[in-house]
Design a binder for this molecule. Structure first.
Ligand code: NCD
Length: 307
């Protein structure tokens, strides 16, 4: 049974196909409105979420399917001490596909190993978040018209930000990509991402604490929230939380063609004054995420022979 735990579980060709399907869904939504009739998606979210859970659910409804949902760990048997493996095995009896978010790194993999239906990782701790990356990639593709030859700045909490890890993994497969990794010293990209992905693929990169000095070179600026829930103490969070606040002034030296992305939720990292800038793409990114999740659900259910 095929599950999606990591963005590299999908080949470049498969990503291209998913984007093609997402574009077709945008063009011809009616052609898809019965595709998942009588099929059920279970969303199992053991961590807070707005966009990811609701976009999965909206995606399934727009495909004509139904949704059952666990929306917090204290409302399910996880609170009684049930293992992820048992919970997921149980939910496999009710649903045709599962989207799961969990605070523990590796939980999605454990789930996939015991599920009898496809599992989609909707975020596992500070590790990975492949479907946010589908939204990010589709946004980059729609805004730039290409995935190659891009200088991508990633700014904020690069240590705990799972969307950052998945995006670096995904973009490392395209030619001519460069990374500018902008973070406080304490929140640098984990060494396993740097060594096993960036250096292994000989991708040019710089690590800096300064956002402004590289602003003029960027094609994409991916801002992120400091991940409060993954900090060991509140003092460190308070000290680091406002390290970068993107304002219209800071964008003065940026390319007119820059695309500003953020997986959301935003706390303070982007001033609301930036929202009116045509280069701000983060709400388009939200919408793109729903179409890519529709394309992914379709693909996995087709491969499983469920539709
Ligand atoms: C992200 C996440 O959950 O990792 N949110 C999302 O799914 N769009 C980013 C974040 O919480 O900062």
């Amino acid at each position: 049974m095929r599950s999606i735990i990591d963005i590299v579980d999908l080949s470049e060709e498969e990503l291209r196909m998913l984007m093609a399907v997402a574009l077709d869904i945008i063009d011809r939504p009616n052609a898809y409105e019965e595709s998942c009739r009588h099929r059920k998606l279970a969303t199992m979210f053991f961590e807070p979420s707005t966009r990811t859970r609701l976009s999965f659910e909206a995606a399934m409804y727009e495909l004509g399917g139904n949704v059952i949902s666990v929306s917090s760990s204290d409302s399910s048997s996880a609170a009684k001490g049930e293992s992820v493996a048992d919970t997921v095995r149980t939910v496999s009896c009710y649903a045709d596909i599962i989207a799961m978010r969990h605070p523990k790194e590796g939980a999605a993999l454990v789930a996939a190993n015991s599920a009898t239906v496809p599992v989609i990782n909707a975020g596992d701790g500070g590790h990975n978040h492949p479907t946010q990356t589908l939204a990010d990639l589709f946004t980059i593709f729609r805004e730039k018209g290409r995935m190659e030859n891009l200088t991508i700045g990633l700014c904020g909490d690069l240590k705990f930000g799972r969307t950052v890890h998945s995006l670096i993994n995904a973009m490392s497969r395209y030619k001519g990509v460069k990374f500018v990794l902008i973070s406080p010293e304490e929140l640098k990209v984990p060494s396993y991402v740097k060594k096993d992905v960036i250096q292994k693929n000989t991708i040019p990169y710089v690590q800096t604490t300064d956002l402004l000095s590289y602003m003029s070179e960027l094609d994409v600026l991916y801002m992120t929230r400091v991940q409060r829930e993954r900090f060991f103490n509140e003092e460190d969070y308070l000290r680091l939380k406002d390290s970068y606040i993107l304002t219209p002034q800071k964008l003065r030296g940026a390319k007119p063609t820059l695309s500003i992305l953020h997986p959301l939720p935003r706390v303070n990292e982007i001033s609301v004054a930036v929202d009116a800038d045509p280069r701000a793409c983060y709400f388009k990114q939200v919408e793109n995420g729903k179409y890519m999740r529709m394309a992914l659900i379709l693909k996995l259910l087709k491969e499983a022979g469920t539709i």
